[in-house]
Write a protein that binds this ligand. Structure first.
Ligand code: FES
Length: 169
């Protein structure tokens, strides 16, 4: 799909567009800050839960930037979510101890089982799959977290049990 086609498809997935007046009210007070783009993107994500593709032209206009510049920053930082958060969030720890104990296999298993890529939300809106960097549970690596519940010593098989228990399988 072309870049423009992908943008249209993503916009169609977003649902209703953010209210432009509300969006402008978020952006404008921050617009005069030096390096305003990052604070604006954080504020938009705090308010909406993500940074909709459809918000980028207004952000660009208010900050006197090109849409391409705004898009480049949003896509560079994985922190900025480009789709709404799911009802539940599965986070797989990818910090050192968990990496050493098989976190990559857990990510692959979660992506396959949930049908969603890391950093993204499943099409039905039930779950978002995110990385996290240390849950303070290194002694029981590898670790995952579903919403605020931490699980340790997670194998792909145990992940399946967790997903079932969490109503995600
Ligand atoms: S590295 Fe994963 S919990 Fe600390």
């Amino acid at each position: 799909m072309s870049g423009a086609g992908a943008a249209v498809a993503r916009a169609a997935e977003e649902g209703p567009l953010p209210d432009p007046a509300g969006l402008r009210a978020i952006i404008t007070p921050l617009a005069s800050m030096p390096g305003a783009l990052l604070p604006v993107l954080h504020a938009v994500q705090d308010a909406l839960g993500y940074v909709p593709e459809s918000a980028l032209p207004l952000i660009a206009e208010v900050l006197n930037l090109s849409v391409a510049e705004v898009h480049g920053v949003v896509t560079f930082y994985h922190w900025f979510r480009r789709s709404p958060r799911g009802k539940k969030i599965l986070r797989v720890c990818r910090a050192e101890a968990c990496q050493a104990m098989g976190a990559n296999a857990l990510v692959a298993a979660a992506e396959t089982r949930l049908g969603v890529a890391l950093h993204d939300t499943r099409a039905d809106g039930t779950v978002t799959l995110d990385p996290i960097y240390c849950l303070g549970n290194c002694g029981c690596a590898p670790a995952v977290m579903v919403d605020d519940r931490v699980y340790g010593r997670v194998t792909p098989e145990r992940l399946e049990e967790i997903l079932l228990a969490e109503g995600l399988a």
